[in-house]
Design a protein around this ligand. Structure first.
Ligand code: TYM
Length: 332
């Protein structure tokens, strides 16, 4: 079985629709066909200041949402990044292989540090992508299911893996991005020119999966479209409508072509109210399942402990080989 690995930050509390359609949905599908490793990346989260109690709660909340979305502990390895110390350890080695200029070119760093203010951005935020490289290489992942915004980090992973292999001998698998064309970038409902995100979206343009379903339905109904009335998939001329069609198509398993036909001669109101209904049908069980899982933190924690144990077995092996190749003296 080919191996996949991916991660999600716990920082945000509720996942948003972009996280789900761009990444988590694929994680659920891939656990059936791949040897799958998925983690809540709490080490990455502290690159931005976090309240300790909130971070802890959000880490559990993220794990609960992943299970509610359909990850099954018997079909994949689900764990918390800080439970596997090898991430930080390999991260250091990778830091020593990364060019300063190379790291400076990461667009997510540029965006995030600009938002933080140059003086407040930490060195941790700067080396964030390098830690992500270590995450992926530790598991010798063949594919990394993510949204479009992570593509550059996977390219960096390939570059560093190749550099290490050339310098020290074949050690790491070169991973490929697994990014779906249709859902790799889900857009803000109010501003369909920008991607949906916690940090950049307006509250009305951001669909949080754990919001009251009524709130979600309202956001869908007031989504920005255009002054035309034709329902046609055309991301350049009709970004708002196209985004709604993508979401509706993915959530209901209906092709975009079929939807275009269904709404021929009908206005945007019809599409929006059907989509609002599909969203409510999706988030209602998702919310209650998440809550059930949170109500039993012991079960959740022990499941994560088992996941970490499985992950460590793989990570420790890769780290040992890496240390040996680098020339570290083994501890006797
Ligand atoms: P994060 O936590 O920001 O986002 C989790 C996943 O959601 C995807 N995503 C989107 N997809 C489509 N449309 C959107 N609007 C949208 N917004 C977010 C992201 O692309 C991501 O796949 N650096 C990563 C976490 C990470 C990781 C890793 C991923 C750490 N280590 C190793 C893969 C492998 C991040 O911050 O994702």
């Amino acid at each position: 079985r080919p191996r996949v690995l991916s991660g999600i930050q716990p920082t945000s509390g509720s996942f948003h629709l972009g996280n789900y359609l761009g990444a988590v949905r694929q994680w659920v599908a891939l656990q059936e066909t791949h040897d799958a490793f998925y983690m809540v990346v709490d080490l990455h989260a502290i690159t931005i200041p976090q309240d300790p109690a909130e971070l802890r709660a959000n880490t559990r909340l993220a794990a609960a949402q992943l299970l509610a979305a359909g990850l099954a502990p018997e079909r994949c390895t689900l764990f918390v990044q800080s439970h596997v110390p090898e991430h930080a350890q390999l991260g250091w080695v990778m830091n020593c292989l990364t060019g300063f200029g190379e790291a400076s070119r990461m667009t997510q760093f540029k965006d995030k540090s600009a938002r933080q203010g140059a003086d407040r951005a930490t060195v941790g935020l700067f080396t964030y992508p390098v830690l992500q490289v270590a995450d992926i290489l530790l598991y010798q992942a063949d594919q990394v299911p993510v949204g479009e915004d992570q593509r550059q980090h996977i390219e960096l992973t390939r570059d560093l893996a190749e550099r290490f292999n050339t310098r020290f001998g074949p050690t790491f698998t070169l991973p490929a991005p697994y990014i779906l064309k249709e859902t790799g970038k889900i857009y803000d409902l109010q501003d369909p020119q920008i991607k949906m995100s916690k940090s950049a979206s307006t509250p009305k343009g951001l669909v949080n999966l754990l919001d009251e379903p009524k709130v979600t339905a309202k956001k869908v109904r007031s989504a920005v479209t255009d002054t035309d009335t034709v329902i046609r998939f055309d991301p350049v001329e009709k970004p708002g409508v196209s985004n709604l069609l993508t979401i509706q198509s993915t959530l209901t398993g209906t092709s975009v072509a079929e939807l275009e036909q269904r709404y021929e001669g009908k206005g945007y109101g019809a599409l929006k109210s059907d989509l609002a209904e599909a969203m409510v049908d999706f988030v209602t069980p998702f919310r209650s399942r998440t809550q059930e899982l949170l109500d039993d933190p012991e079960t959740l924690d022990s499941l994560l402990a088992k996941g970490a144990e499985k992950a460590r077995a793989v990570a420790a092996e890769t780290l040992a080989e890496t240390y040996d190749r680098v020339g570290f003296l083994p501890a006797k």
